[in-house]
Every structure is written in C-alpha cells, then in structure tokens.
Write a protein that binds this ligand. Structure first.
Ligand code: MG
Length: 459
C-alpha cells in the first residue's frame, strides 16, 4: 500500500480535476487506471487535525486534536500531540505484518512520544511539521524566533534547515529504497509531501517547464514523484498487488495570497469550489482523492459519492486483514464497496469542524452552514445544483434545515461545539508530555545552518 498525502493541494490543481494551468500526466494516468472521487473530504481544513484524522479514522474533535493550546495547528516544541493510546493506521498495518515507512511531513506532535516511530512506523524520514516553521529571513510575528527546521531519521535530527529545493528528490529516493527492500513482503508507504505548502522552493528544471510559476513546478514535482513510484511498482512486478491512494490534507489557498509576504496569489486552485484552506467552504475540505489497484478496481471510474480521508483507516485495515479497534468510536467507514462497484456512501452526514466549532454539515446534496470563524453565518446550499455555494436556499427548504439540524445536534452532543458551549460526551484526550523541548536550538555559529529560508510567503 502506498498512501500519498500532499500539503495544501487544491481540488482544482490537477489536470484530472480540471486544471488548465498545471501539467499532471502521471496523476491523470493514475486516475484513468483507477477511481477518482469528486466528493472526497478531508476531516479538517488545516494540517495537524487533518493528518491525525487520516491516521486514526476519527474526526479531530473526537480525539481532541482540533485546537492545540489555543492554536489551530501544532508548532515546534509544543507539549501536546497524538497519544499512543490512539491506534494509528500504521500500527494496524504493522500488526498485520506490514513493513511500514513514513516519509515527509508528520505534524502530529514533535516530542519523541508523538513521532511516527511511536505510531506503528518502522522508520521515518522527514520534517516533523510545516516547512515554513524554521529559520526565515524577515519572518512574520507568528513564525518569529522558531528553531531551525529539523530533518529527522526515525527519532534523530540529522540535518537542520535542509535545502528544500532538493528535499522531494530525497523523499523519492528513500521511498524507492523502502519499496525495493520490502518487495517480497507486504509494505505500507506513507509519503506525505512537503509540497505545495509555502514557501515553495523548486528545482530549476521544473520551474523552467512550468506554465504556472513555482506553484506549477511544485505540482509537477509531486506528479513526477508519483510517476517514479508507479514505474518502480512496474519494475518490481508489484503494480497489481499494490493499492495506491493519492490525496491532500486540506484545500489550497486558492485565489487568496499567502497570509504574509507577497500579495500575489500563488496560482493554486480549488475550482470550481468556494473558499480555501482554513475554511469550511467546500474549497477548504473537498480535495483530490484517487485510488488505483489494477485488476481489482476497474479503470476509469469516477464516483461522486461522499467519502472521507477517515475512511481509509477501516478500508485499508479490512483489505490487509488488519483489525480495527472495537473499544472506541471510529468515524471512518469501510468504503471498499465503492472502490469495487457502484455502492452508496455509507455516511449519513459529513461534519465540517473548524477548531472545535461545528461550522457546517452535509447530508446528501444539502450543505447547511452554521458559523464561520466563531460568528453565526447560517445558510443552506444545494451542492448538486450549486457546487460553488453561491445561492443560499435556507428560506426555501425549512424541512431540509430541520432534518440537518437534528443530525448536527447529535454530532455536537458527541463531539462538542465550542461556539455553542457544548461539551462532547464521546471524546478522547490529546497526548501531553511534561517539559517539552524543541528538537533544535538556534545557534548562529552552527555549521549545519546553511539555508535561511528567504521566500517571504508564509501560510
Ligand atoms: Mg496542509
């Protein structure tokens, strides 16, 4: 199994999802050879909660992973992270006999207890959090005085401020090593790309070929990396035996510029969706979702059924003979029926949580909004007729509103809603350590601090 998770890649960024400015031939082929989902949701519009949800099959508020001491994502040296009481997808697969490797961005906690090698991964190579959380030239206040960006092997920092231009090449090299070393046994590779989170540093040959600036070059690098892994599966004779999943942790910045630095849009796209990363409009949480498994999943299929990144947990567990824990609530559902044929979504509803606020709920074609950024903002949209959430029909469908409100209320009772003062009754605690320490400490004379990131885009 290969699970490719991109950072901030938008719904409209791939050719197979309608992009006309990025070239993604390998990903388009992946979709042609498998199934492409058009209503694939990530459980959060920002990084840390979305990643923990993917790995545990649970909504972030269910595992107290949607707000970190008042901050929406984890920062270096925080005391909190994903506790080992949560049984990650990697642990399930490892227990089922899989070799497991995480490569790339983690962002579920940087203290030793929270790192991938304590969550079922045999090995880890990557950045423990976002690529803008290092030493920067002229950083915005929120990113001021952060320690050098650490590159980690398993639990050890092996490099500080790594050259981001070449980092994806190194990720791919590690991935190939892992695949070749484990070609004769079941393996699970979790490749969590650095791209396309800002700041974006790319190789010159990708930049030269891009029609969409450095952003298009970063997308092209992801596409190239996917092509390399597919070619390696062919070379190893493993293509028909390997499930490949491709997705993104949250939507892109879309037409918005990064939060700091340049005022120019990046060239990212959530089209035709409204909104962007960090919002519960569709553009924040509806993301690319592609699955390829030659011989088992018929090629060229497109499904508009509502599925989520949380579903990968029980689905992949079932397909590998692993066992999903039965002593706790898991929000994801086994969607293998949808992979193999026409089946309805197993979800009664999808809940859009931002921080600990239930901001919206989707049931079938209807999406009911309650709030945005802590303030009430009621609306109802018909996503089948109006995918861009342009026309509020709240007043026209009181029966629909009543039905969705009842479903939303049940979610609030279980998982809480800070804005309304509701404390959830079915939530599990976040992990916490005493005396947390950043993985690195800034030393201006340190010989390994070679790159002071100097692109002003942060976000
Ligand atoms: Mg992200």
């Amino acid at each position: 199994m290969i699970l490719i998770n991109c950072d901030d890649l938008g719904y409209g960024d791939l050719g197979c999802y309608g992009s006309t400015r990025n070239d993604t031939p390998h990903l388009d082929r992946l979709a042609e050879e498998g199934i492409r989902f058009t209503s694939f949701y990530t459980a959060s519009p920002v990084c840390s909660p979305a990643r923990a949800a993917l790995l545990t099959g649970c909504y972030p508020p269910r595992i107290s992973f949607s707000l970190f001491e008042g901050i929406p994502v984890l920062f270096p040296g925080m005391a909190v992270g994903l506790p080992t009481t949560e049984i990650s997808l990697a642990r399930v697969l490892s227990d089922a006999g899989y070799a497991t490797q995480a490569i790339g961005k983690w962002h579920c906690g940087d203290q030793p207890e929270f790192l991938p090698t304590n969550h079922g991964f045999d090995h880890y190579f990557g950045l423990p959090y976002s690529n803008d959380m290092g030493r920067q030239v002229d950083p915005p206040t929120i990113l001021d005085d952060l320690p050098p960006l650490p590159l980690i092997v398993d639990g050890e920092v092996v490099e500080q401020q790594p050259d981001q231009t070449s980092l994806t090449d190194r990720y791919v090299a590690h991935a190939l090593d892992f695949m070749r070393s484990n070609a004769d046994r079941p393996f699970f590779l979790y490749l969590a790309h650095m791209y396309v989170h800002v700041p974006i540093y790319v190789q010159e040959h990708f930049a030269a070929a891009s029609r969409n600036g450095d952003y298009g070059a970063a997308v092209a690098t992801i596409d190239w990396a996917t092509g390399v892994l597919m070619a390696e599966l062919d070379a190893l004779g493993l293509a028909d035996d390997t499930i490949v999943v491709f997705t993104s942790d949250n939507g892109s910045l879309g037409d918005d510029p990064p939060q700091w630095g340049t005022t120019e849009p990046l060239g990212s796209s959530n089209a035709p969706l409204r909104g962007a990363k960090a919002t519960t409009w569709e553009g924040g949480q509806r993301v690319p979702g592609i699955v390829r498994w030659p011989g088992s999943i018929a090629p060229g299929r497109v499904s508009d059924e509502l599925v989520t990144a949380m579903d990968l947990y029980p689905t992949l567990a079932a397909l590998c003979g692993g066992s999903v824990p039965d002593d706790r609530v898991i929000d994801g559902r086994d969607i293998s029926d949808l992979w193999f044929g026409d089946a309805p979504s197993p979800h009664e509803a999808f809940f859009y949580y931002r921080r600990n606020d239930l901001e919206a709920v989707r049931v079938g074609r209807w999406k009911r909004h309650y709030s945005k950024d802590g303030a009430a903002q009621p609306a109802l949209y018909d996503l089948e007729a109006d995918i861009g959430e342009t026309t509020d029909v709240l007043a026209v469908h009181p029966d629909v509103v009543a039905e969705l409100d009842a479903i939303a209320d049940r979610a609030r009772q279980a998982m809480g809603d800070d804005r309304l003062g509701v404390v959830g009754t079915e939530i599990r605690p976040i992990g916490r350590v005493e005396n947390p320490r950043p993985l690195t400490v800034y030393d201006p004379d340190h010989p390994y601090v070679i790159a002071e990131y100097d692109i002003p885009d942060k976000g």
